[in-house]
Design a protein around this ligand. Structure first.
Ligand code: NCD
Length: 309
């Protein structure tokens, strides 16, 4: 029996396919309840702490919405300047404090490995909502959920990840999660923003067919899913390098002329300029539907790790 009770959610590669399927099945059930307007009380009496030491709109608000929809309650630090972190408190001590208030902790932090560090400090389940340029496993779960809803399957698809593959944590986690399926992955980026070599090697070892290219148009012709990402401005030491790269891939209606007819366009958001607004009305533009999927998927995660399923 797959059971996530008491587990931390730290990286996409921690999951077995059975665990991913359980999360998806649970999310489908919650989505169905939401659509029927049912009130749920799985997490009644439980408190979620959301600690966000980097900016966020969707991830924090969808986790909080998910907990409220499950009948639980939420406490939050959305701005590190307003917490004792600004006085120099260590992450360890912040977590040792918050564990006294909350039953489950969602953390976003600028440092790679911060969520694992937090998890080591507490018995409470810790969920990684993004650790610097590292991982963003809950985004990938909702991405996989979105692909399944939009395409009906994941096995057999060719999926292109485009943009900042070096610093983009969503694509790191997504590639790892997709390696549980029979997919082909195309990585489209400028040379200086390629997927980390260790990740490419890991995918190859698992037998996932991968291709790296700078050519978006070529990738488009072969892809069933186009996963666009933002160039991660805040990770660049040299801002002139960011300025040079920020317009490197811009998806417009006219670029999409070469695409497969049934292609879907995804993006974790926020977008800056990499998808023109004229794409929003394209049938395959799935990025706002993808946002909506964050709520049932995060409801599933909260209910599963708290054992309130
Ligand atoms: C992403 C993130 O924070 O990594 N946003 C999100 O969680 N939906 C993507 C990004 O900031 O570019």
């Amino acid at each position: 029996m797959v059971d996530l009770k008491g587990k931390d959610i730290l990286r996409a590669d921690q999951f077995t396919r059975d665990e991913v399927e359980l999360i998806i099945k649970t999310a489908q059930k919650f989505e169905d309840s939401l659509n029927k307007g049912r009130m749920l009380d799985n997490c009644r009496g439980l408190i979620l702490a959301t600690l966000f030491f980097e900016p966020s709109t969707r991830t924090r608000l969808s986790f909080e919405t998910a907990m409220l929809r499950l009948g639980g309650q939420v406490i939050t630090v959305a701005d590190p300047q307003s917490s004792s972190v600004s006085k120099g408190e260590s992450l360890h001590d912040t977590i040792k404090t918050v564990e006294n208030y909350a039953d489950v902790i969602v953390l976003r932090h600028p440092k790679i490995g911060a969520a694992a560090e937090a998890a080591a400090a507490t018995e409470r389940p810790v969920i990684n909502a993004g650790d610097g340029a590292g991982q963003h496993p809950t985004q990938s779960l909702l991405d996989v959920y979105t692909i399944l809803k939009e395409k009906g399957t994941i096995d057999g698809l060719t999926i292109a990840c485009v943009g900042d593959l070096k610093y983009g944590r969503t694509v790191h986690s997504l590639a790892e999660l997709l390696s549980l399926y029979k997919v082909r992955l195309i990585f489209v980026s400028p040379i200086s923003l390629r997927m980390p070599a260790e990740l490419i090697n890991k995918l190859k070892e698992k037998g996932v067919p991968t291709e790296e290219t700078e050519d978006l148009k070529e990738a488009l012709k072969k892809s069933d899913v186009l996963y666009m990402t933002r160039i991660q401005k805040e990770r660049f030491e040299d801002q002139t390098e960011y300025e040079r790269l920020k317009g490197v891939y811009i998806l417009t209606r006219s670029v999409l002329k070469d695409a497969k007819k049934e292609i879907i366009i995804m993006h974790p958001l926020p977008r800056v300029n990499e998808i023109a607004t004229d794409v929003d009305s394209y049938e395959g533009a799935a990025y706002f539907r993808q946002v909506a999927n964050g709520v049932p998927v995060r409801m599933a995660l909260l209910a599963l790790v708290t054992g309130r399923i």
